[in-house]
Design a protein around this ligand. Structure first.
Ligand code: LLP
Length: 474
């Protein structure tokens, strides 16, 4: 067997299908001499037998190490420049009560994007002063809860929200801590649905004055917040998108924000104490992705900010960042059990006469536990985890069990030809945006989540049962 003409150009033909590329798998994921994969020394067969499949396995030690990596890497780079950095974990990427406790224990702050995420963080005992609340359309209840519980920053997204928040703060007898989310116009090279700083999308306050207006929405917003007795102007926020590898976008956004901050200072005498540059650091889903280490990202961002500050007459504001995926993503992997398989023969795209094979391997989950391939054309990788095989690698598509042909788990991967019924397959880098975006489509039961730490596994979210399917029926 050789390379398939159906394979995408980034996918290389493996010399060894049992190899676990460390860029994609959590630090605790290894293959034993027996051939079986272990996560934090726990064999996958034991995980499957104890907790069932599909199963989201979160390597807690890896998660914590990545969280610390951001805190340490960014503080080292920014210490002398801006007096350090506050790291807000973007909880939308993976949130359970226990995950929130890990984040607290590692000394990070937390970004929540809804009342529900806020409720989970508070339930975990997370210090509200270290929480930032986001959302482009927060409800009065969400804002009130944030005010009543003493959330440290409310990231206001629109002009109308300013007045709504001010009224709620006044009736609660408090002053609301406000950050303003601006759209820098920086276009990040990522899927358009997860790029967020270009003009033509729903988030944030524009930095460009509307036709006929003297001031941009961003400038109007800062003036309104700074003047209001029930609002406390903390600073500005920018998030350019997600799954971004190049440093240029982050640096360009920081440059625009700092120039805006300097203009506020000279034109209006308004000081901006804090600047949040959002999250979005990319991770490796496949061998083609080349993520950068947090300390590298921090160094290039600090270099850019240092250069910008040299031409401005402002002090560096307190910087914060909001990584989500880069902490939770590589820590998680999903264990599936293989069921049915088949081989189809399709036209050779190079025009050769003979049709070429593609193997389909169906697993016991799919778009309900990972909607990312369907939503964003996301690519993943996989490995046969319960054993090694000497069989030839063949181009394989791992699919789910839903009633949709787009229900793909891993679009293109080379797997041993004998991968079959009852084998266990491990899909890495599913820690972020899988559990939190899972659904009950086709009334499938959402998988359990297991955390692995210090060589042992424990359940942190139990598998759903039929009772959960009926729970909301009236
Ligand atoms: N901060 C803000 C304001 C955000 O909107 C986001 C992500 C983050 C931080 C964290 O971004 P991260 O570091 O995780 O890339 N469901 C999509 C991703 C949506 C991201 C939304 N905002 C996906 O599965 O790719």
């Amino acid at each position: 067997m050789t390379e398939s003409p159906l394979a995408p150009s980034w996918l290389s033909y493996p010399s060894d299908t049992s190899y676990l590329n460390p860029v994609m798998y959590s630090n605790g994921t290894t293959r034993q001499v027996s051939g079986e994969v272990t996560i934090g020394t726990v064999p996958v067969s034991e995980l499957a037998a104890t907790y069932g499949t599909p199963l989201l396995v979160v390597d807690e030690d890896d998660f914590r190490a990545r969280a610390r990596g951001f805190v340490e890497g960014f503080n080292r780079a920014f210490d002398s420049l801006c007096g350090g950095v506050d790291v807000y974990y973007a909880s939308k990427s993976l949130l359970t009560v226990q995950v929130a406790r890990w984040v607290a224990e590692e000394g990070l702050n937390m970004d929540v994007a809804s009342g529900g995420e806020l409720a989970i963080a508070l339930r975990a005992g997370f210090d509200p002063a270290k929480i930032g609340l986001h959302g482009n359309n927060k409800s009065d209840q969400e804002l009130t809860r944030a005010l009543q519980t003493g959330v440290g920053r409310i990231v206001v997204d629109s002009l109308s929200e300013i007045y709504r928040l001010a009224a709620l703060a006044e009736s609660a007898g408090v002053s609301a801590p406000v950050m303003l989310r601006l759209t820098t116009g920086v276009h990040a090279s990522t899927h358009s649905y997860i790029a967020t700083a270009h003009e033509d999308q729903k988030f944030g306050l524009s930095m460009i004055p509307a036709p006929g207006e003297e001031r941009s929405a961003a400038e109007q917003a800062v003036l309104a917040v700074a003047e209001h007795p029930h609002l406390r102007y903390l600073g500005l926020h920018s998030h350019i998108g997600s799954q971004i590898f190049e440093a240029d976008g982050f640096t360009a956004a920081a440059d625009r924000m700092l120039n805006f901050i300097a203009a506020l200072q000279t034109q209006h005498g308004i000081t901006t104490a804090e600047l949040d540059l959002g999250g979005g650091y990319g991770i490796a889903y496949t061998e083609a992705d080349r993520p950068r280490a947090p300390e590298d990202i921090a160094d290039s961002l600090a270099e850019g900010i240092r250069a910008t500050l040299q031409s401005l007459t402002i002090d560096c504001p307190r910087i914060s960042i909001e990584p989500g995926r880069a902490i939770s993503g590589p820590a998680g992997s999903t264990l599936y059990r293989v069921g049915t398989t088949k081989t189809v023969w399709v036209d050779d795209p190079t025009g050769a006469d003979q049709p070429v094979p593609r193997r389909y391997v169906a697993v016991d989950g799919g778009m309900s536990d990972n909607p990312r391939p369907v939503l964003y054309d996301a690519d993943y990788s996989a490995t046969l985890a319960s054993r090694v095989s000497q069989a030839d690698p063949v181009l394989t598509r791992i699919v789910g069990k839903h009633c949709e042909s787009g229900d793909i788990v891993v679009r293109d991967t080379y797997q041993p030809e004998d991968l079959d019924d009852q084998d266990l397959v491990l899909v890495p880098a599913t820690g972020a945006y899988c559990h939190v975006m899972s659904s009950n489509y086709n009334a499938l039961l959402r998988p359990a989540v297991v955390a692995i730490s210090g060589g042992s596994a424990r359940l942190i979210i139990r598998r759903e049962t039929d009772q959960d399917l009926f729970a909301r029926e009236v």
